[in-house]
Design a protein around this ligand. Structure first.
Ligand code: AMP
Length: 284
């Protein structure tokens, strides 16, 4: 039977007991509004352990735009059904007070350097919020491992570095991006697109595919790839926030594609901010 737990202290006890009983605890942090991308993470969690905890918490601290926070889809009953079907052991669905207890000063965890560019610039305070909530969830659940999607590649890098810097003994597992049949990266925000916006949004993944093809054909200049993508998105009337080809490890600009890199895109469609990325690696 899946347990649904609203209290942090109770989750800590349940998770500790599971670990003492020899189980490997794997945490999948989410903000709910679950889709097939999240479910894939849960199935992956089962492969890496035998006690799966999913957290459902729309973290106000990581929204730099209050309107985005307000409009974020919330569907607890639907999410619980999906978790149950996915064979999750515990759903941690806390209130804001459980995560950020009033009057309690939680240990300050700095944002690693990889969080200072791209989303870190476009969404001031975003990674401070991500680091605050994930470090808190890690302290509450004390998982052996935790799974993050490559859809939010920079977030994944931030968490990987945070775990290293803070010497948290937690394995961070990467999961590839799950896409709709036509290539659009699955996102809780896609539900806010109009039918026309949905068609426009497709140009994000299409331009990434075209860029990957250029790279495979020998293109080594990051600026050329950035320019081609920006042209395609502008032609289709998407409002670009950034298009950046950066080092896949440091997320810093590189002069030439002579090491693993990532193309990161953030663009607005119908005022909905969408992100997507793809790795450029010889081995891909
Ligand atoms: P969110 O609920 O948006 O905070 O996402 C929770 C986790 O699911 C994060 O690790 C995301 O990277 C991951 N995720 C979201 N969408 C996808 C997707 N389309 N494919 C793979 N992972 C995803």
């Amino acid at each position: 039977m899946m347990q649904v737990v609203p209290h942090a202290s109770e989750v800590t006890t349940i998770s500790d007991e599971a670990r003492r009983a020899g189980r490997v605890v794997v945490l999948v942090p989410t903000m709910g509004a679950l889709h097939k991308g999240h479910l894939a993470l849960m199935h992956e969690a089962r492969r890496h352990g035998n006690f799966v905890v999913v957290s459902l918490f729309v973290n106000p601290k990581q929204f730099n735009d209050p309107n985005d926070f307000q409009k974020y889809t919330r569907d607890l009953p639907g999410d619980l059904k999906k978790c149950e079907t996915a064979g999750v052991d515990v759903v941690f669905a806390p209130s804001e007070e459980e995560i950020y207890p009033p009057g309690v000063t939680l240990p300050a965890v700095p944002v690693p350097a990889v969080g200072k560019v791209l989303e870190g610039v476009s969404r001031p305070g975003h990674f401070e919020g991500v680091v605050a909530v994930v470090s808190r969830l890690f302290r509450i659940v004390r998982p052996d491992a935790s799974i993050f999607g490559m859809k939010d590649y920079q977030q994944l890098r931030v968490i990987e570095e945070m775990v290293k810097e803070q010497r948290m003994n937690i394995a961070i597992i990467r999961h590839p991006t799950i896409r709709e049949r036509d290539g659009l990266a699955m996102s809780s925000r896609n539900a806010r697109l109009t039918p026309e916006g949905r068609q426009k949004a497709l140009f994000i993944s299409m331009s990434l595919d075209a860029a990957r093809y250029l790279f495979q054909r020998g293109e080594k200049d990051p600026a050329t790839i950035e320019k081609k993508i920006a042209e395609a998105l502008t032609r289709e009337k998407l409002q670009i926030d950034y298009v950046a080809v950066v080092d896949a490890v440091t997320l810093q600009k590189i002069p030439r594609l002579d090491r693993p890199a990532v193309i990161a895109i953030a663009a607005f469609v119908d005022k909905v901010r969408l992100i997507d990325n793809c790795l450029l690696d010889k081995t891909e």
